[in-house]
Design a protein around this ligand. Structure first.
Ligand SMILES: *Cc1c(COP(=O)(O)O)cnc(C)c1O
Length: 408
């Protein structure tokens, strides 16, 4: 399909990316979403907003992050030169803080006093709790009870940062249930409360707003690779949960038609429905939690359960802009299985002394497979979306189970 060839990286006024996106929300939220959209558009044009956000991204979050040449990984794979965008070095450990700080400034402009968020692995919850403390806002984080047990450290971090963590013990007790509860809270308290969504998903304006707050990382990466290598990269690679770190990287390169863009989804245990979160491999068009996009569902349209070793990629739907970029052939999507991601986690740790988040390890798994077949003159930029400290227990458990923990 080439019907949207004039696509310039922005949705229409209703938040449509071609046939995807839109506003699927309860009646009571339509007006608050419109107000959020209006405030976002005003802020986006306001140089004072940009200056304040840039200052926070610098001194509080730690931007700019380095673009690091992975020399030993490059040599071990024997092909393309591999550069890592180091979002793992940011405050609270992942790219999530970029978006959260932008939304907090909007909250202040709108005069709201309370923020809510939902979180799977806890990374978005921790970023939101930290920024809420920084801005003096009340903060409630919704989390599935099963996720809260698996990510006890992040639950403790959020509570120490002053947030109230509400554990949801219905259904699968994971992210989908937490989102439903957060939506319910928002409908009830919308006059005082802002819902801090953590990825390029949900009803308009969230997908475009979160993308705009994340694209700083791609603008940095583009300038950094041009400075270091005097040319553009051949391939960009990023993992795709909702898709915010990937769009953050891709957007600055959208018009550089020769730069390939690869998004890597969670292939989980295998191709059976329920065993993975590869929406582009096994999903079809549907509506879930605010947006029209690719959704994993059974023959009756019931939302499928999903699995990934990385909680941050474990969701049944994907951000609508990715669906359009795929239709246009501008971005391509692959998946990596749990086992490949775990191998990539170990490889990067041992070769470069960097523990990657298990989410980011999916992007690295693609690189480990494809870099050896590329020329030594070619360049890959991989987004290292977060650090792996949160995943140490999970990785240890898998390595012990497979008997592979001893040194090779
Ligand atoms: C949340 C998270 C992701 C997935 O979210 P996207 O919106 O797809 O970026 C990826 N990596 C890390 C480290 C995360 O915390």
């Amino acid at each position: 399909m080439r019907a949207h060839n004039d696509y310039r990286g922005e949705p229409d006024a209703g938040g449509h990316y071609g046939p995807y996106g839109g506003i699927y929300a309860p009646e009571t939220l339509i007006q608050p979403l419109r107000e959020l959209d209006a405030e976002f558009r005003r802020a986006r044009r306001d140089p004072a907003f940009r200056r304040e956000l840039d200052a926070l991204l610098g001194a509080y979050a730690g931007r700019p992050t380095p673009l690091y040449f992975a020399e030993r990984l490059t040599r071990a794979l024997g092909g393309a030169r591999i550069w890592l965008k180091r979002e793992d070095l940011l405050h609270t450990g992942a790219h999530k803080i970029n978006n959260v700080l932008g939304q907090m400034l909007l909250v202040r402009r709108m005069g709201k006093t309370r923020v809510i968020a939902e979180t799977g692995a806890g990374q978005h919850g921790v970023a939101t709790a930290a920024a809420a403390a920084r801005f003096g806002l009340r903060c409630v984080i919704y989390m599935g009870a099963a996720d809260a047990r698996r990510q006890a450290l992040n639950v403790d971090r959020m509570r120490l940062l002053g947030a109230e963590v509400r554990e949801i013990a219905v259904g699968q007790q994971t992210l989908k249930e937490a989102i439903n509860e957060a939506m319910r809270d928002w409908v009830t308290n919308v006059r005082t409360t802002h819902y801090v969504l953590g990825t390029v998903y949900g009803p308009h304006p969230y997908p475009v707003m979160v993308r705009v707050f994340q694209d700083v990382l791609g603008r940095e990466a583009r300038a950094q690779i041009l400075r270091a290598e005097k040319r553009l990269p051949d391939v960009l690679v990023a993992c795709v949960g909702g898709g915010s770190n990937a769009l953050g990287l891709f957007h600055a390169f959208l018009r550089d038609r020769r730069v390939r863009m690869v998004g890597v989804e969670a292939g989980g245990r295998g191709p059976k429905l329920g065993d993975h979160a590869a929406r582009f491999a096994g999903g079809r068009l549907g509506v879930l939690q605010g947006a029209r996009t690719f959704v994993l569902q059974d023959g009756d349209g019931q939302i499928a359960s999903t699995h990934s070793v990385s909680a941050g990629l474990d969701y049944a739907a994907v951000g609508p802009e990715h669906a359009l970029l795929r239709d246009l052939g501008r971005a391509e999507y692959a998946f990596a299985r749990d086992a490949s991601a775990l191998r990539a986690f170990r490889e990067l740790s041992r070769l470069e002394g960097i523990l990657p988040a298990l989410e980011s390890a999916h992007a690295l798994a693609w690189v480990m497979r494809h870099a050896p077949r590329m020329k030594r003159s070619q360049l890959i930029v991989v987004n290292l979306s977060g650090r792996g400290d949160k995943d140490v227990a999970e990785v240890g458990r898998h390595l012990r189970l497979s008997g592979g923990a001893s040194g090779a």
